[in-house]
Design a protein around this ligand. Structure first.
Ligand code: PMP
Length: 427
């Protein structure tokens, strides 16, 4: 029997905190009842009542090929038939690792984990173990998963809920996390001039996607590379979101900056729970069993998840994949901007590769966290709900990036723009 979202949500809330297994899914950022998904195909998700939505969330990034791509599903089925997990090495782990090393030349050794959080948490531990230093630097509004030391002035759901640093994170842990404004090279240079010798690493989203979508301004990533070289700190690009999303070679290839360590997730698993961290051989050699820094996982390198990831990376490596994806994203954002302008609404956008940001703002260009926070959130919420009613599923928060997939057709984009035109006129 079909159940409405209201019924499903109330049933869920009786046994799951807030009815969800990850906070932002609860629509806490926009209010109302979340859409309960029954199934998805290509660019569309279908809710429990059979209503179809054009999906611009894509499971928060992984579904760059669109949902339930038949080749990925076949690969997963074939792997599952052979057994779900062994806790012993399998060849497919090596095949995916080889693919990652081939696509991201900064990586010569890579370790698979099961989430982005595990990837960043482990990369930080490794950077600390390697340098023998405790302090880490992150940027305001960047989210790197929910490990204690990274839940300080974090983005994503932590922003929506207004808990920049969560209770339960001890003061002692938070003290070693220094937070600077994103895109502020001067602040970085100054901090390193003061205490650079104490800093184990910088971790950064090379395109910020957890405070909406904010690309790096020219010189910012270069500055991070320069100070890390000068003070022998480890530069970590958190490419959980940007990896295989903004370009085949990630943000590091797109902007031409080589990090020491990279964290991956999302697209890497093609929709299955996969994360990874890798990089320079000298640093990665500090990891157990080669070195003293401990890290492990019962389901790490899970063969079914590896199969989904490997097939996904094979498919995104097709010539022209990212050119087409970027063109689709550009068509969407420029089209939205044009229609908002026609309706007299202050609105701007950002986009890189297959990720984008929508801002109800008078500012022409959004490059800072403070600008994102100053956007008209009430207007965003109205826009979000009106688009949802029209069958367009956007990220349910003003602080999240949106995602276009290869499955979005010209027709889907045109339809989205036509619906936005209607909605802008009503706002
Ligand atoms: N880093 C970044 C940049 C992310 O966007 C996310 C998740 N949105 C994470 C880390 C954490 O990944 P996960 O949710 O898989 O733990």
């Amino acid at each position: 029997m079909t159940k409405t979202a209201d019924v499903l949500f109330s049933e869920a809330k009786s046994v799951i905190p807030g009815g969800v297994n990850s906070p932002v899914r609860s629509f806490s950022g926009v209010g109302g009842t979340p859409v309960f998904i029954d199934h998805a195909q290509g660019a569309y998700i279908y809710d429990s009542m059979g209503k179809r939505y054009i999906d611009y969330v894509g499971s928060w990034g992984p579904m760059v090929l669109g949902h339930a791509h038949h080749e990925v599903i076949s690969a997963v089925k074939a792997a599952a038939e052979k057994g779900l997990s062994f806790g012993a090495p399998t060849e497919i782990e090596t095949l995916l690792a080889q693919k990652v090393c081939e696509l991201l030349p900064s990586i010569s050794l890579v370790r698979m984990v099961s989430s982005g959080t595990e990837a960043t948490m482990s990369a930080i531990r490794l950077a600390r173990g390697y340098t023998g230093r405790d302090k880490i630097v992150k940027f305001e509004g960047c989210y790197h998963g929910h490990a204690d030391s990274l839940l300080v002035k974090a983005g994503s759901g932590a922003l929506t809920l207004g808990v920049p640093s969560s209770p339960g994170v001890s003061v002692a842990v938070a003290e070693n996390t220094l937070t600077l404004p994103y895109n502020d090279s001067e602040a970085v240079t100054k901090l390193f001039a003061d205490i650079g010798e104490q800093i184990a690493c910088i971790i950064v989203e090379p395109v910020a996607g957890n405070m909406n979508c904010v690309p790096p301004i020219p010189g910012f990533l270069e500055t991070l590379r320069r100070v890390c070289d000068e003070y022998r700190s480890v530069l970590i690009f958190d490419e959980v979101m940007t990896g295989f999303r903004v370009a085949l070679s990630g943000a590091q290839g797109f902007y031409g900056i080589k990090p020491d360590l990279t964290t991956l997730g999302k697209v890497l698993g093609g929709g299955m729970p996969v994360g990874a961290f890798g990089g320079d051989r000298n640093i990665m050699q500090y990891l157990a069993p080669l070195g003293p820094v401990y890290q492990a996982g019962t389901l790490s390198g899970n063969p079914v998840a590896m199969a989904a990831g490997l097939k996904t990376l094979e498919l995104v490596a097709a010539p022209g994949f990212y050119e087409t994806l970027s063109a689709k994203t550009e068509k969407l954002t420029s089209g939205l901007k044009e229609r908002a302008q026609q309706a007299g609404i202050a609105f701007t956008t950002n986009n890189v590769g297959g990720m984008f940001g929508l801002f109800f703002s008078h500012d022409e260009k959004i490059t800072r966290f403070a600008q994102v926070m100053a956007c008209d959130q009430a207007l965003f919420k109205r826009f979000f709900h009106a688009m949802l009613a029209e069958g367009v599923y956007l990220a349910p928060s003003a602080f999240e990036a949106g995602f276009v997939s290869a499955a979005h057709s010209d027709d889907d984009l045109e339809q989205t723009l036509a619906q936005a035109e209607k909605v802008f006129a009503q706002l």
